[in-house]
Design a protein around this ligand. Sequence first.
Ligand SMILES: [Zn+2]
Length: 351
Amino acid sequence: MKNDIYLTLEKSDLKIQEELDFGEVPYFVDACIETFFDVDKKFGLNLKDSDGVWVNLYAKYNPCDNQFRVDYVVSSSDSNVWRVYQPTQAEINMIQTLIEEACIKQTGHTCKDEFIRRAMEEADEINLVCEKVSETEYQIRNTWDDLVIHTEDETGKLKDHVGHKIEYAKYEAEDGYSFSVECMDCNEVLFAQTDDPQEEVAYAEGVYDYGEYRIVVSPDYKKAIDARDAPEEIYCEVFVKTDVEYKNGLGEFNMMLGYEYDDTTVESIEEGINKLMDESISFYELQRREAEFDRANELLARSVSYITELSGTENLRETLIEKLGMTEAEADNMAQEFEMDIETEQGMTLG
Ligand SMILES: [Zn+2]
């Protein structure tokens, strides 16, 4: 737990214990979370000197309507005392991320996808309706058990399908099946199972722009900080902005908390990146020019190769001197390179 005045929980303060539990009606994802922070300080308890007493958090999460509740439980060998904990929004986001990660590891699906799959498997009847709940809320509900499986505000798709015929469709997939929820009247998919659940929770890489350079940062410190999982180390790789496929790494550096940046805030980290880039800018300029030069060389080689395809290698040396204006020495070098290339190729075909 960071030593801030609110004692806000960090991701490293918590660990999901064992497997997640997916309850039967009413459906919730249940997580038991081990605590690795000073619970006396955080919850105003006095357990310091008590042996055999421990505190766990229990989270109940409905990923479809975002209901979320955390209790903390003071346990000893003969008692459990439950108390409701009022998490901050940042803590809710962080604990939900933790549960999502555990769910993907356990089931291969996001919480919401796993939740819907289980609910649909257990339902005796699936009769979905799309309905308006308030001025700004729309939802898809199974009328059999009143379970809401999807909610949206007025910016989503649902508002155009209120009262339409909605169906839950299963498709064969590598690991069994995949689902989607579709409007049969409009022949439109309203939402579907997430193809790449890892990506949903990942903050592996991000980018930061410095002048004409783009720096790929790992982890994506902005997302990591949002998820209360601030990095103590950031790996940076430098590219030219125009290198959109990240083919030519110009250089790389590592940043560590306490050395290259003082604080796990976006401002402090970016100040650190700017400083390191400022210090090495002439090096990157040089790398960049070299990369451009390599590119020019490569294009020249391709052009000469094209000439040999059109007119063979016999008069290559003369063509290079007369048509491209090379000096004799340049033409000799180039012609020799291409003859060698051709010999190797022939050698390979013969061999
Ligand atoms: Zn429709």
